[in-house]
Design a protein around this ligand. Structure first.
Ligand SMILES: [Ca+2]
Ligand SMILES: [Ca+2]
Ligand SMILES: [Ca+2]
Ligand SMILES: [Ca+2]
Length: 363
């Protein structure tokens, strides 16, 4: 047996052969007829090999398969660039790795025939079930912002694979589309603004499904009570009020009642009235809205008043809402001026209705 050494004739440009160089060898004798040996492949590893990073042709491979795809079907072929001489492909461990296998040499990714893949075809024994923490009712404030989490619903399914995978839905009762449930996580959240003044109670049917075949499911009812927030201001029944009274109207006489309504609940909807205008001639009953005369009136001194009336709810201070309307009070004349002579030293006032004479001060 002879031993031969292979030597390079000229330096090899290893940049062109980053994964090494393949030599095909064959021995032949000098007889006649000539005889040949079997072909032998010799791989000469690149001395630079360490520095060449392995890179896949794509950053990510997306593939779509039917749930009814049979085992063994090729779902993807991954490829390294440049293609190395020898490399071994493996699927790194992950939750779903068991459903697939890869040919270590050809890089074909196939649906797995063994082990976990049998789950696709195994029996869906159990229906999913809710965790015992599932509440029968939950309270949410109507001012909870869109996107806010109300609660996380938990459920389990003891089957493995798709037979045990649980999806969450609201199958009924979401009449204003105010709620959303994350299908995979079971997180119930606000999808549209809530309004207690419109709907204060929802009865949601929360249904969970597994992904088995045949599919199994379970459901529970969840009462959602919408609690009041002070999001309405008191609104007067009229844009403005006016009243005519005699200037002789006596103290304490009720002249008009204003009214404002607030759609909120409890103290948030209770209204208190007040006169904002600085006056001592008129006052208002803070709870009834009745305006009454509080001081002597004199048409000749002031013939009409414009009062600003405020209605304010009784929400906790800092969160109160209010509105204001004008109330006009016109004083009608009463013949309360005694007839008098008109010497030059008297002040004379003319009005539309009649002449009235008031004595000068100090006379
Ligand atoms: Ca199941
Ligand atoms: Ca509201
Ligand atoms: Ca209110
Ligand atoms: Ca409210």
């Amino acid at each position: 047996m002879n031993e031969y050494k292979i030597k390079e004739r000229k330096p090899i440009d290893w940049d062109s052969f980053p994964y090494g160089y393949n030599l095909t060898l064959q021995a032949k004798d000098k007889g006649s007829p000539q005889k040949f040996s079997a072909v032998k492949l010799v791989h000469i590893a690149s001395p630079k090999k360490e520095s060449i990073p392995l890179m896949f042709e794509k950053e990510a491979y997306d593939t779509v398969i039917s749930e009814f795809s049979p085992p063994g079907v090729v779902v993807a072929v991954v490829k390294l660039v440049p293609e190395p001489h020898s490399v071994e492909y493996r699927i790194s461990p992950s939750e779903d790795a068991e459903y697939f296998k890869i040919n270590p040499n050809t890089a074909n990714v196939k649906l797995n025939l063994e082990d976990g893949f049998l789950d696709f075809y195994s029996v869906n024994r159990q229906a999913p079930h809710f965790d015992k923490s599932f509440p029968t009712d939950v309270k949410v404030s109507e001012d909870l912002p869109v996107g806010a989490t109300i609660l996380r619903i938990k459920a389990y399914d003891a089957d493995s694979g798709f037979n045990g995978r649980v999806l969450y839905t609201i199958s009924d009762g979401n009449v204003d589309s105010c709620f959303n449930i994350d299908m995979e996580m079971g997180i119930l959240s606000v999808l549209m603004p809530l309004d207690r003044e419109k709907t204060e109670l929802y009865l949601l049917n929360i249904t969970i499904y597994d992904l088995g075949n045949p599919q199994k499911s379970a459901w529970r009812l969840l009462t959602v009570t919408v609690e009041d927030a002070n999001d309405n201001k008191p609104v007067f029944l009229q844009d403005s009020y006016s009243v005519n009274i005699l200037e002789s109207t006596s103290l304490g006489t009720e002249i008009i009642q204003v009214e404002a309504r607030d759609k909120d609940l409890g103290a948030n909807g209770e209204v208190t009235y007040s006169v904002l205008t600085d006056t001592h001639q008129f006052a208002i009953n803070s709870s009834t809205g009745v305006v009454y005369v509080a001081d002597q009136l004199d048409r000749e001194a002031k013939a009409n008043y414009t009062l600003k009336i405020e209605a304010r709810d009784r929400a906790e201070s800092g969160h109160q809402q209010f509105s204001v309307v004008p109330l006009k009070v016109f004083l009608d004349d009463v013949n309360d001026c005694s007839p008098a002579f008109i010497p030059s030293s008297y002040n004379v006032k003319y009005t539309f209705q009649h002449l009235c004479v008031t004595p000068l001060r100090g006379q």
